[in-house]
Design a protein around this ligand. Structure first.
Ligand SMILES: [Zn+2]
Ligand SMILES: [Zn+2]
Ligand SMILES: [Zn+2]
Length: 496
C-alpha cells in the first residue's frame, strides 16, 4: 500500500467516535491543555488499525536503519532528513483528519439551509493575466494580473427542496487582498442578496485559511456590516488549507473558460472592464453576476483588530454577548470572547464603490443546482440520514448509479451520475462517498471481458483463448486460474 492509498483509507476510516485512537476525531483534535477545546470520548481506544500500526512500524524501522549508519556525519544528516520527513507524514495525516472534521461544518449548514439563510463560500481567484487575441512576444512582459474575488452563494427556497446557487464576482483594477477588501466584499454581497431575497436573515460563511479571512479584523469586522443590512452573519468556518473551497475553484474554471471563448472571438481582455464584458458576453454564464468595483481610499485607515491566538481558532459563532470560538468543529464547548475584549472602536466597512454594475438578466440570478433525477434519491437520504438502514439503501443507490458515465473527479469517491448536472450538484454539496477501490470504466470493461471469456471457456476449453496474444497464452492451462487472473488484470496482454 502506498502512502497515498493509506491517506485515502484514513479518510474512509476516521469518525467522530472510534475505538481506534488513530481514527478518533474527538481524541485527535482535542486540545489536551484546554478543557474548552476538548471533547471527551465515551469509549476506550482499545482497537488497533492494521494500516496505521504498519505506518508506525515502518517509520520505526527506518529510524533504526538510519541510526545504524557507520559514518557519524552521514548518520546525522540522514537522521535529520528522516525526522523532517516523519514530521511531514504526521502533519499530512493530521491535515486529513482535520479537513474531514471541518467539512462537517459545511454539511451541517447545508442540512439546515432554509428560505431565510444562505451559505457563502468566498475565495480570491488566482489573478487574471490580461490577454490579447493576437499577442506579440513583448506583450508577455510586465503583465499585471487583474484581482478578482468569487463568492458562491448556496441557499434553499424550502427545506426539502433542491439547493440553489448563485455566484457573485468582484473584479478590481488593483486591490490589496486584505481584511478591508474582504469585509467590503462581504458587505456588498449581503446587500445584493438582501435586495434579491428580502426574507434572508442569516448567512454562514466558509473560507479557506488565507490570512485575509483568518484574522480578527475580518471576523469582527463582518458583524457591524450585517447589523445595518438586516442580515446577520451566524458562523464563520475556516477550512484547512487546500480544502473546502472547491465550489469557488470550479466556478473560477468555468468563468475562465467563458473568457477564453470571448478571446477566441477576436477580443482582448486587458482591463477589469473588458474582463467583466467577457464574462457577460454571449448572454453571460448562468447563475453568475459580475461587478467592476473599487475600494474607497479612506477605508485603509480602519484600525486593525488584534486578537491573540486567533491562528489556532478555526470556527466562530456570533452571539449578542460575543464570539464563541473553537479550534476544531464541534470539539468541546468552545471559548466565548466577549465583544468588549475584541471590539475596539470598529467602524463599519466602507461600501464598495461600484464602477460598473452587473447587467441584470434572469440568468444571473439563483439557479437550481440539483438535477431532476437526483432529487428522489437525496430526498430519501434527508429523511433518515442518521439511521444505519438508510446507509445501506444509499449503498444500493450508489451501486445502481454505477452505470452512470459521469464519475466524480474527487479521488476515491465512488459516485457516478447519469447527467453532468447531477455531478455538478454532487460537487457543490461535496458529500463524497469514499471507498477504497474506485472502479474505472476500463476496470469494468476488463472484468466484464474476463467474465465473458471465462464463461465461454467452460463450454469450449481452448479455442476461445487461442487469440490471446503474448507469451502468457501458452501458459494458460485450463485449471490454472491464478494465471488467468493475472492476464486479465494486467493491461498489455489484453487484446482489445
Ligand atoms: Zn475516541
Ligand atoms: Zn487506520
Ligand atoms: Zn464525489
Amino acid at each position: 500500500m502506498t502512502f497515498i492509498q493509506y491517506v485515502l483509507l484514513l479518510k474512509v476510516h476516521v469518525a467522530m467516535d472510534s475505538e481506534v485512537a488513530d481514527h478518533c476525531q474527538s481524541f485527535a483534535l482535542s486540545d489536551p491543555d484546554n478543557g474548552l477545546f476538548q471533547r471527551k470520548c465515551n469509549h476506550d481506544h482499545v482497537k488497533i488499525c492494521c494500516e496505521c500500526y504498519k505506518l508506525n512500524e515502518v517509520l520505526a524501522d527506518i529510524e533504526i536503519a538510519c541510526s545504524k549508519l557507520v559514518s557519524e556525519e552521514e548518520r546525522e544528516d540522514t537522521m535529520c532528513m528522516f525526522q523532517q520527513a516523519k514530521d511531514d507524514v504526521m502533519a499530512w495525516k493530521a491535515h486529513q483528519l482535520r479537513s474531514v472534521n471541518q467539512d462537517q461544518a459545511k454539511f451541517d449548514v447545508l442540512d439546515i439551509l432554509n428560505r431565510d439563510s444562505a451559505l457563502l463560500v468566498m475565495d480570491w481567484a488566482m489573478k487574471y493575466l490580461p490577454r490579447k487575441f493576437r499577442e506579440s512576444q513583448c506583450d508577455l512582459f510586465a503583465k499585471r494580473g487583474i484581482p478578482w474575488h468569487i463568492t458562491v452563494v448556496l441557499t434553499r427556497p424550502d427545506q426539502s427542496g433542491p439547493l440553489e446557487k448563485q455566484t457573485i464576482v468582484h473584479v478590481f483594477q488593483s486591490c490589496p487582498q486584505d481584511s478591508v477588501a474582504v469585509t467590503a466584499i462581504l458587505r456588498d454581497v449581503l446587500a445584493t442578496l438582501k435586495e434579491q431575497r428580502p426574507e434572508l436573515e442569516k448567512v454562514y460563511c466558509k473560507q479557506d485559511n488565507a490570512g485575509c479571512y483568518h484574522c480578527g479584523s475580518t471576523i469582527v469586522g463582518s458583524t457591524p456590516a450585517s447589523g445595518e443590512l438586516g442580515v446577520k452573519v451566524e458562523r464563520f468556518d475556516l477550512s484547512d488549507p487546500q480544502g473546502g473551497k472547491g465550489e469557488a475553484d470550479r466556478q473560477a474554471a468555468t468563468i475562465k473558460g467563458h473568457i477564453g471563448i470571448y478571446l477566441n472571438e477576436g477580443h482582448d481582455v486587458n482591463s477589469p472592464a473588458q474582463m467583466k464584458e467577457a464574462i457577460e458576453s454571449n448572454g453571460g454564464i448562468p447563475g453568475v453576476s459580475v461587478k467592476y468595483v473599487k475600494i474607497p481610499e479612506l477605508s485603509s485607515n480602519n484600525p486593525m483588530i488584534k486578537w491573540d491566538g486567533i491562528s489556532t481558532l478555526n470556527n466562530f459563532q456570533f452571539h449578542p454577548r460575543g464570539v464563541q470560538a473553537w479550534k476544531a468543529y464541534k470539539i468541546g464547548p468552545g471559548k466565548l470572547f466577549p465583544w468588549s475584549d475584541i471590539q475596539c472602536d470598529s467602524s463599519s466597512p466602507c461600501p464598495l464603490e461600484v464602477l460598473e454594475s452587473p447587467v441584470q438578466t434572469q440568468r444571473s440570478r439563483f439557479r437550481v443546482v440539483r438535477a431532476r433525477q437526483d432529487q428522489t434519491s437525496t430526498g430519501s437520504k434527508g429523511l433518515s440520514s442518521s439511521c444505519q438502514h438508510s446507509e445501506s439503501i444509499e449503498d444500493e443507490e450508489a451501486m445502481a448509479q454505477e452505470s452512470g458515465i459521469f464519475s466524480c473527479p474527487e479521488e476515491s469517491c465512488i459516485k457516478t451520475f447519469q447527467r453532468s448536472s447531477a455531478l455538478q450538484a454532487h460537487l457543490d454539496e461535496g458529500r463524497h462517498k469514499y471507498a477504497l477501490e474506485k472502479e474505472t470504466l476500463l476496470d469494468k470493461a476488463k472484468r466484464g471481458y474476463a467474465a465473458k471469456i471465462t464463461g465461454e471457456r467452460i463450454q469450449v476449453p481452448t479455442s476461445s483463448l487461442t487469440w490471446c496474444s503474448g507469451p502468457t497464452s501458452d501458459g494458460m492451462g485450463t485449471e490454472n486460474s491464478q494465471e488467468e487472473n493475472h492476464v486479465f488484470t494486467g493491461t498489455k496482454e489484453i487484446p482489445y
